[in-house]
Design a protein around this ligand. Sequence first.
Ligand SMILES: Cc1cc2nc3c(=O)[nH]c(=O)nc-3n(C[C@H](O)[C@H](O)[C@H](O)COP(=O)(O)O)c2cc1C
Length: 190
Amino acid sequence: MPEAVISITGASGALYAERLVRALSEADWDILLIVTREGSINLELELGVTSEDLAKLPGVSLEDNDNLAARSASGSAKIDYYVVCPASGTTISKIAAGISDNLVTRSALVALKERRPLIVVPRESPYATVHLENMTKLSQWGVVVLPASPGFYNSPTSIEDLVDFVVARILDQMHVEHSLGRRWTGEEVQ
Ligand SMILES: Cc1cc2nc3c(=O)[nH]c(=O)nc-3n(C[C@H](O)[C@H](O)[C@H](O)COP(=O)(O)O)c2cc1C
């Protein structure tokens, strides 16, 4: 089965992470889940769930963010995708500076050094110039910077529709088949 590291950091938008982990679990992926301290705060604040609750989904293993000896800290572990969702400005800046002081940043650095797919999903508004500069760096190094910025052309009627728009874009990057949202056909505007 394909395997992904999914890191939840302390930006708002825990629902993006919950629906992403659920979709990958339903697609039978193996998921190494890492949650930072502020990531946990947002999970509880916004969804009323804990990282342990998320880890009950099939295929999900919860990793300790302080354990730099975990499997995902090593480039020798063959992991297919690395996703930071949502990605705080702090974690984005640490990755761009090459700092790997916890398992989230270390696994992201593994993705960079091994030239593996890394997707970061920032959620901040407005962006500080330092964040824009760091996202530019990451993008130039091949990282997919995929902001939590849903489109409205599918006439969303719920928060879940908006969230799924973004999750669908992440799943597309990971080459996961899904049925989240309607795809643009080119015939919508006559
Ligand atoms: C409730 C709450 C909401 C936050 N929302 C955001 C946010 O939307 N975007 C962001 O970049 N930082 C946000 N922060 C700040 C980060 O959590 C903070 O920079 C933290 O150091 C990030 O650490 P981490 O990347 O290890 O999770 C928020 C913090 C809290 C407590």
